[in-house]
Design a protein around this ligand. Structure first.
Ligand SMILES: [Zn+2]
Length: 280
């Protein structure tokens, strides 16, 4: 027993001493790195808290959303537009923008103006169809075959860009923008067209809608021609344009005929970002 006790005691002491030494050794070995880690953690926590809102927004608005590589019918951010508001079925808008549009529609109706959506969200692939049709001459653009009228690719792209966007650069990708009533310039010279446009100019902002492509002036020197039919829900689209500016590069603008002209024209600066100053 004694022998055993003696034998047991040193074992216990040995165990305790070893434990204390180990704890001490461990704390010595890791205290600085732990502190350093804490510093890093604190710093990264600070950084992430600082960038959290941006990250959250970036998560909400994916690059695919900025470029229109989306399927609105399967995307929970989007709502299908009721037939009574649109010229054709199959239109989608971001839910918040759609709710604002309905309020604007009802207000306009009370004033005797009917708002009718002609086009809303368009995907990258839909825009590619429109763009390539014009660019290749498969579809006539204001009565012209652009491929033969403008053999130079840059000049051809610039001509198409008067009113049509390159795939990946259209505000229609975002689900925030709509074309209404008529895309014919002549309509805006009629009494109905004038009333429609004047009503929007006076009232649309109340509902969050603005005209991004106003007439060119000293504040908007480049980009698309004036589009009195195109209105944008600014509470959302202002964030889209901001993120587009920060995150999209010419490497993202590929996969369509004439894409190589995008960088030569500097489409992002001269078209996407060249909007009415209120829409920036
Ligand atoms: Zn438009």
């Amino acid at each position: 027993m004694k022998f055993n006790t003696h034998k047991k005691k040193p074992t216990l002491q040995y165990f305790l001493v070893t434990l204390i030494i180990s704890i001490f050794a461990l704390s010595c070995q890791y205290c600085n790195p732990t502190n350093a880690d804490n510093k890093v953690d604190n710093r990264s926590a600070k950084d992430s808290s600082k960038s959290k809102s941006v990250v959250a927004k970036k998560d909400t608005i994916s690059k695919a959303h900025l470029l229109g590589k989306i399927t609105p019918s399967k995307d929970t951010n989007f709502a299908a537009i009721d037939a009574k508001y649109a010229a054709k079925s199959g239109n989608y808008m971001r839910k918040e923008a759609y709710a604002a549009f309905i309020k604007m529609f009802n207000a306009a109706k009370k004033d005797g103006i009917t708002l009718c959506i002609l086009s809303s969200t368009r995907t990258f692939w839909e825009q590619k169809g429109i763009w390539e049709g014009k660019w290749t001459g498969r579809s006539l653009y204001y009565g012209k075959n652009i491929a033969t009228s403008y053999p130079d690719p840059v000049e051809r792209s610039k001509y198409v860009l008067k009113y049509s966007s390159m795939p990946g650069t259209s505000r229609h990708h975002w689900g925030t923008d709509i074309d209404m009533n008529s895309m014919e310039l002549a309509y805006y010279k009629t009494e109905t067209g004038e009333k429609f446009y004047n009503w929007l100019t006076k009232n649309a902002a109340v509902y969050g809608f603005y005209q991004p492509y106003t007439a060119k002036d000293s504040a908007r020197t480049s980009g698309y021609e004036e589009e009195k039919w195109h209105w944008s829900y600014l509470p959302l689209s202002s964030e889209f344009i901001k993120q587009y500016k920060e995150r999209i590069t010419y490497n993202d603008l590929k996969g369509f005929e004439g894409y190589e002209t995008a960088v030569k024209i500097d489409v992002i600066k001269n078209y996407v970002l060249s909007v009415n100053s209120k829409c920036k």
